[in-house]
Design a protein around this ligand. Structure first.
Ligand SMILES: [Zn+2]
Length: 302
């Protein structure tokens, strides 16, 4: 029997007065071993200012962490602390910095080729574990946007890209939002970042990005720590939290169906859920939000 249940979600569309602000970190190809301790220091610094990070990992980082139970334990701890595990992709044009994944079929015979973007997603989803992988800084996105459950494409570089209103777009027939970030990669950009933050309207989002390698004393550690001090207490969230609070994206992420215990992760905003069941009786839908809280229960009488 096929039953359709219309799930209408009541989004909370009211924005808080202070715009949501996020801080993303890029974990670059080739630095996965050398810079893991630096990433730990960066997370500790963010924690000391109550700033949840959106950490975007490239595949070599994901592989190296998945192969090391101590590192993986740390990632799980960071997730529990409120940091978001997200994805970062270096496309083929990075040459030596390419992460080995692409949807471009002309690279299949390349010795550096590791798989297509579905393979990429499978790897990054393992790193995210039980948490949904929703955010990605994906270069060459018109070719390589992986779709599926990925909802938020972070993009930008100029410091003025930090202030933006998320826009719905479609790439590779996958609908998602793109959200700007400005790169805090020079100490003298801190003032501009602070000024721009002050100009951000309540319907906009403010985002900064840096690389792990920038968090060293001879690079921009000072500017990054100064930003954390400036931003402390100012509505800091992860990309997923900001978008979820704006009502843009999958407020509902996990549906469990009883009595068949058909536990399935679904990602949708306004959706018709179709399901098939062989047993008679009442079907109960438990719906959880992104953060794992049970938000709604639907009963469907057969
Ligand atoms: Zn990068």
């Amino acid at each position: 029997m096929l039953i359709a249940l219309l799930v209408v979600l009541l989004f909370n569309q009211s924005y808080s007065q202070i715009p949501g602000s996020y801080f993303a970190v890029h974990c670059e190809v080739g630095s996965e071993t050398r810079l893991f301790p630096t990433l730990q220091q960066l997370v500790a610094s963010a924690n000391s200012h109550n700033i949840p990070l959106t950490i975007e990992f490239t595949p070599p980082w994901a592989e190296s962490i998945l192969a090391d139970s101590l590192k993986l334990k740390l990632i799980r701890q960071w997730q529990a602390e409120g940091h978001e595990i997200a994805a970062h992709h270096h496309a083929t044009y990075y040459n030596d910095g390419w992460d080995g994944y692409t949807n471009d079929p002309s690279y299949i015979s390349d010795p550096k080729y590791k798989g297509d973007m579905q393979d990429y997603l499978a790897l990054l989803n393992r790193l995210a574990g039980d948490y949904p992988l929703l955010t990605g800084g994906i270069t060459a996105a018109s070719m390589d946007w992986p779709g599926d459950n990925m909802q938020y494409r972070t993009t930008g570089f100029a410091i003025t890209d930090a202030k933006s209103e998320p826009i719905l777009e479609t790439l590779n027939s996958h609908e998602h939002y793109f959200i700007g970030y400005g790169a805090l990669v020079r100490n003298d950009l801190l003032d501009s970042a602070e000024n721009l933050y002050g100009l951000t309207k309540e319907n906009e989002v403010f985002g900064l990005v840096t690389h792990v390698m920038n968090f060293t004393p001879d690079r921009e550690q000072q500017a990054i720590e100064a930003w954390f001090e400036f931003a402390e207490g100012k509505n800091n969230k992860t990309v997923t939290q900001i978008m979820s609070d704006r009502g843009q994206g999958p407020v509902v992420s996990i549906v469990t169906m009883e009595p068949e215990k058909l536990n399935k992760k679904l990602f949708f905003s306004n959706s018709t859920v179709r399901y098939q069941t062989s047993s008679s009786g009442t079907t109960i839908f438990n719906i959880f939000d992104i953060l794992g809280r049970k938000t709604k229960i639907y009963e469907n009488q057969k």
